[in-house]
Design a protein around this ligand. Structure first.
Ligand code: SF4
Ligand code: SF4
Length: 411
């Protein structure tokens, strides 16, 4: 069956123009088409495993653009994930990625690691922060980690303002919990304003997509089972995510991970259709928003569409429409608003030169619009865009919920 799907590739090349890595490198070996053929050859035992093969398979952001463009309906995503697992089993991982996997595989380790990193951020001399980079991002441009993890700083049940209209579960992901608590506060603020009770399960943990993307399926399964257990027991109108990659994990990946006899399969299948990204949810219930009529000054902004929002979460176009509907906003669109920024999970760290070229191109396009804000609903895109802009560029990079919340009437 697996082979049959790979044989469906008619080598039309449509995935090449969709692939941000190929577009940058212009090498056939970097293309999704070539990766599929290499996987086929490996599966047929005509190509041996090697560190070089691992490198080719890894040079990919798992952005899903190839699958979205493929007329043969090939699911590159699952094939690449499976092949990555085989390559890591055969050739191991770099120490940095191994450490990341180790930290993310247990919540207490993540908390500990973030605590150390935050202490390091506080004491790091300015000269070092200016000199060193993590991947393509200068340390001085890294966002300050949350002083208190978002889930620790908030109650598990948050009551709505005004007349209750329903109840939602908020899956915060690691980024809001440890890095961007402004996104979390705005999300809660909007939902309460709409009249929703918000449940933030305390026992949720990393969605584990970074582990799955690095072939560490076995290490990811502990987190995944924990999340399924935390989410399946709750009754709500929706399970909301503020990160499209977490959404991709809960909606698409979790149901694929379990054998038919595993009780987690039914639970994952029950959870999946309830998962919605926060911007789609706001769009759907837009009539519940009351904007502050006293705000007359408009914010000029543009939007960067994350790959997982448009390719795997089926939310293409929703953020753009929503932002144009806001009364407090002047929305402008760059010609490359839906092109990948090169963040790609850890791609910005593993392939900094390629990533840098991609993000710099986007920054030039955004600057040309002369807007003050640049919005995106993926924390890695946000980190990559903000991390590569300078103060003099005059662009504040935020999640769209921050501006939506700021425009609401206080009730
Ligand atoms: S778009 Fe699909 S069918 Fe065409 S080359 Fe790429 S994988 Fe093959
Ligand atoms: S997932 Fe994205 S980066 Fe990877 S091969 Fe497909 S289009 Fe290229």
């Amino acid at each position: 069956m697996k082979e049959k799907i790979l044989q469906n590739c008619g080598k039309c090349g449509l995935c090449l123009n969709a692939c941000p890595v190929y577009k940058q490198l212009k090498e056939e070996s970097a293309s999704p088409r070539a990766k599929l053929q290499l996987i086929k050859a490996y599966d047929q035992h005509t190509l041996a495993s090697s560190p070089f093969l691992k490198e080719i398979i890894s040079k990919c952001m798992m952005c899903g653009s190839c699958s979205a463009a493929c007329p043969s309906g090939i699911d590159h995503y699952s094939k690449f994930m499976e092949m990555r697992r085989k390559m890591v089993e055969a050739h191991g991982e770099t120490p940095a990625i191994k450490s990341l996997i180790y930290l993310l595989a247990r919540e207490y380790r993540t908390r500990f690691g973030v605590g150390i990193a935050r202490a390091g951020q506080k004491i790091m001399p300015k000269v070092l922060a200016e000199k060193f980079k993590l991947g393509n991002i200068p340390l001085k441009n890294f966002p300050e980690l949350n002083a208190v993890p978002f889930r620790k700083a908030h109650d598990e049940i948050i009551v709505p303002k005004g007349k209750p209209v329903g109840r939602v579960i908020y899956f915060t992901g690691c980024a809001t919990n440890y890095l961007y608590d402004d996104t979390g506060s705005a999300t809660i603020g909007i939902l309460r304003h709409m009249g929703y009770e918000v449940i933030i399960p305390k026992d949720q943990t990393c969605c584990s997509i970074p582990l799955l993307f690095h072939g560490a399926k076995e290490k990811a399964m502990g987190n995944i089972r924990t999340n399924i257990k935390a989410l399946e027991k709750l009754d709500a109108d929706a399970i909301l995510v503020d990160c499209s990659t977490c959404g991709e994990a809960l909606k698409n990946e979790y149901p694929r991970l379990f054998e038919s006899h595993d009780k987690n399969l039914a639970a994952a299948q029950k959870i999946a259709p309830q998962v919605t990204d926060i911007l789609s949810f706001i769009s759907l219930h837009f009539d519940l928003l009351q904007f502050d009529p006293k705000i007359t000054e408009k914010v000029s902004l543009t939007y960067h569409a994350p790959c997982h929002t448009k390719n795997t979460l089926q939310s293409r176009g929703i953020a753009e429409k929503l932002l144009q509907t806001l009364p407090t906003v002047t929305y402008k669109q760059t010609p490359d608003f839906d092109q990948c920024c090169g963040g790609g999970g850890t791609f910005f760290y593993e392939y900094p030169e390629v990533s840098k070229k991609m993000v710099d191109k986007k920054i030039e396009s955004a600057k040309a619009l002369q807007v003050t804000h640049w919005l995106t609903d993926c924390p890695v895109c946000r980190m990559n865009l903000a991390g590569n802009t300078e103060k003099s560029d005059g662009l504040t990079v935020l999640h769209p919920v921050a501006l939506i919340y700021a425009a609401l009437k206080q009730i």
